[in-house]
Design a protein around this ligand. Structure first.
Ligand SMILES: CC(C)(COP(=O)(O)OP(=O)(O)OC[C@H]1O[C@@H](n2cnc3c(N)ncnc32)[C@H](O)[C@@H]1OP(=O)(O)O)[C@@H](O)C(=O)NCCC(=O)NCCS
Length: 241
């Protein structure tokens, strides 16, 4: 999906988040050293349902503390995420390095939602595998602090990630969601994800026991003339569809 700048209510999705500023820069072609790369970049300000402004942008190493705090908080607030907060093993330095790597990547992106300078949610895309047969596929994940649910941040982050995935050249975005996670499944369906299978024993929760996971995928239409997969994978080879 490449919704482009959203002004007012989007007819495509019924989105109620409104864009109050055109994208600051999207896409941006940048150069790392002498290596020409297309870096996955995103920045956009949206107006939340309560009237507050929220910035959706790439996380940078300077956001490490905020992203780390959001990870620990959100993973303790819901049974719908893969890990428990005490399973976090990475340090702040590792988080910085992780965000820096993502920031410079042309195949992965870690986006965050920021309100009044605070990180209140994150979402990301990550290439599944760089091998020739699977390099068209990326996975998607999202977590927003509970206090900020229902304001439109989930939709804004999801749409931003879809846009990044398309821009990076992926042809399919994939996710797994707990079947009982109605908010998330409704959100995913509304942006075009379809179910392609179920894993009845996807999660084994401390509190709820077995949780069934729904496998969903979204096919992405590449931009005209665009390489279908990240340049990095193809080492410059043109592979338009
Ligand atoms: C799931 C999650 C990302 C949704 O984010 P959010 O900011 O609350 O969602 P939004 O306010 O943008 O709402 C987006 C859509 O979700 C759906 N939704 C939201 N609340 C809902 C509810 N109570 N019931 C049903 N659908 C709901 C609607 O389709 C809504 O679209 P609409 O407002 O245009 O009608 C968020 O609740 C979250 O991070 N939960 C915990 C972590 C998690 O479950 N991550 C997903 C793992 S797969």
């Amino acid at each position: 999906m490449n919704p482009g700048p959203l002004v007012g209510h989007s007819v495509n999705t019924g989105i109620v988040v409104r864009n109050i500023a055109e994208k600051v820069f999207w896409p941006v072609r940048e150069y790392i050293g002498k290596k020409k790369s297309e870096i996955v970049r995103y920045s956009k300000t949206v107006l939340l349902k309560d009237g507050r402004a929220c910035i959706i942008r790439n996380g940078t190493e300077r956001d490490a503390q905020g992203v780390w705090d959001n990870f620990v908080l959100t993973h303790g607030e819901t049974e719908f995420l893969t890990t428990y907060p005490e399973e976090v093993t990475f340090t702040l330095e590792q988080e910085e390095a992780y965000l820096k790597k993502k920031e410079e990547s042309n195949r992965d992106a870690e986006l965050l939602a920021e309100v009044s300078g605070k990180v209140v949610g994150t979402a990301g895309i990550c290439g599944i595998n760089a091998s020739e047969k699977t390099r068209h596929r990326a996975s998607f994940g999202i977590s927003i602090a509970k206090a900020w649910w229902g304001l439109g941040i989930g939709r804004a982050l999801t749409e931003a990630c879809i846009e990044c995935a398309r821009e990076a050249g992926y042809l399919q975005l994939e996710l797994e969601v707990v079947a009982d996670n109605r908010k998330a499944t409704e959100l995913y369906k509304s942006v075009g994800f379809i179910e392609y299978g179920r894993n009845p024993k996807g999660f084994r929760s401390r509190n709820s026991g077995w949780q069934e996971n729904v496998l969903m995928r979204l096919e992405l239409q590449p931009e005209e003339g665009k390489n279908v997969c990240p340049e990095l994978y193809f080492k410059g080879e043109k592979n338009s569809v």
